[in-house]
Design a protein around this ligand. Structure first.
Ligand SMILES: Cc1cc2nc3c(=O)[nH]c(=O)nc-3n(C[C@H](O)[C@H](O)[C@H](O)COP(=O)(O)OP(=O)(O)OC[C@H]3O[C@@H](n4cnc5c(N)ncnc54)[C@H](O)[C@@H]3O)c2cc1C
Length: 381
């Protein structure tokens, strides 16, 4: 992907030249999520000090300007130079894009902090009884003077326990207003009334949190988009989850698969075919994401067709991590090295790719009904 409209530095060259000195903050997957987060913050701090973060984000929102494709180039360069993807990139891509589009004032205050490795953000959408059916969420925001008070519970909040700010979707309309009565707020997780409780996952990491909000005060200028307009903002933000989020994931998988291919025993036809299937899916994903990122960078509004990107991403995550398991077979199953533990953790995480950000079954329904125009599924009696 080439984007030369501004004089952005060549990040791949810089990363390669400074590879040795950056190893102490390489955010590659390790046993400890907290360690990885610390490394990610330091990695971004060093990149920022070298003037390498912020490209592809509008200057009026705290970035350095240029096409959004520059962000895609940065993520590709990070993995191509042998580094792990910094943990803050996911929330940056999803929430950063929403802040820039719907509250540039807030973006200009908070985006530079994240780009300099001084902050982490998280997304507070899902609730115990509102996942795929997000419009049924019950966290409530009521007016209080110049601001709002939010009360409710969020769950599966990735990196919640280390985050400073959370994008919280709350109900501002009547209890039965569904998607018409939601508003997105920018919430300080250190504010009075916030209780963040980490959840331990199967991999032994506290990757998610439950976030309890008890009358948490949020000033009116910390709304992302208009009152009762949160659904539109959430749908807008999903385009970036499909686009740039998928792009940085494919960059990670590209680097993983390149390593596997290099050590493949060509006489093992079965394993070679598993790797080949993963490679074909990854290539399709990369091509698809490339077009999506270009469309986003050109300011196009994307429609239900981006669900295809999400389906491809989930499928590819499964295939690539199954390929790792097939090639590293014994070590993967019973090895106790840091590498084996990391591979197993990645494999477990890959199973979540058909759930987070919109479950695969729901995406297939969207493609069937809204892209292919097939009839809606008949209600079961
Ligand atoms: C790794 C990971 C990270 C996450 N991070 C965050 C985060 O940072 N912030 C956040 O807010 N949330 C996060 N989530 C939550 C995620 O968005 C939800 O898990 C997801 O939306 C699905 O909701 P649910 O878990 O309640 O499952 P449900 O909605 O209960 O779905 C259960 C099953 O039913 C199927 N199903 C549901 N509805 C339909 C339908 N209409 N048609 C066909 N099948 C259907 C689903 O496909 C799924 O298989 C994360 C989840 C994971 C796994």
């Amino acid at each position: 992907m080439a984007s030369q409209e501004v004089d952005a530095p060549n990040v791949l060259e810089w990363l390669r030249a400074h590879s040795d000195t950056l190893q102490d903050c390489n955010p590659r997957r390790t046993d400890s999520l907290d360690d990885r987060i610390d490394r990610s913050l330091e990695f971004f701090a060093r990149l920022d000090a070298a003037g390498l973060t912020g490209w592809g984000w509008p200057a009026e929102s705290g970035g350095r300007g240029g096409s959004a494709e520059l962000r895609a180039e940065l993520y590709d360069a990070i993995t191509a130079a042998g580094f792990g993807m910094p943990e803050q990139v996911g929330a940056l891509e999803v929430l950063g894009s929403a802040l820039v589009a719907h509250n540039p004032g807030i973006a200009s205050r908070y985006l530079p902090e994240l780009l300099a490795g001084r902050a982490l953000w998280c997304q507070g959408f899902s609730e115990p009884e509102a996942g795929s059916d997000l419009a049924s969420l019950r966290t409530r925001a009521v007016r209080d003077g110049q601001g709002w008070r939010i009360t409710g519970q969020k769950v599966w909040t990735s990196l919640g326990h280390r985050s400073n700010w959370c994008g919280v979707l709350a109900r501002t309309g009547a209890p039965d207003s569904r998607h018409r009565g939601l508003t997105l707020f920018w919430v300080d997780l250190q504010a009075a009334g916030v209780d963040v409780r980490p959840l331990l996952t199967l991999t032994g990491e506290e990757e998610f949190s439950e976030v309890f909000l008890d009358g948490v005060y949020v000033p009116s200028d910390h709304m992302i988009g208009p009152v009762d307009g949160g659904w539109g903002v959430a749908m807008d933000l999903l385009q970036y989850e499909r686009g740039m989020w998928a792009w940085q994931r494919q960059a990670i998988m590209h680097s993983t698969l390149s390593g596997l291919i290099a050590e493949l025993d060509e006489s093992d036809a079965l394993t070679a075919s598993i790797v080949a299937e993963a490679y074909i899916s990854l290539t399709a994903l990369r091509m698809r994401c490339r077009e999506t990122v270009k469309r986003l960078a050109a300011g196009e509004r994307l429609g239900p067709e981006v669900s295809i990107d999400k389906i491809l991403l989930g499928q590819t995550e499964h295939l690539v991590n199954d390929a790792v398991r097939a090639v590293r077979e014994r070590g993967f199953a019973i090895g106790d090295s840091a590498e084996a533990r990391t591979e197993r953790a990645e494999w477990f995480y890959s199973r979540a790719a058909t759930v987070y950000g919109g479950a695969a079954e729901v995406q297939r329904n969207i493609v069937a009904e809204r892209v292919l125009g097939l009839p809606r599924e008949a209600a079961r009696g």
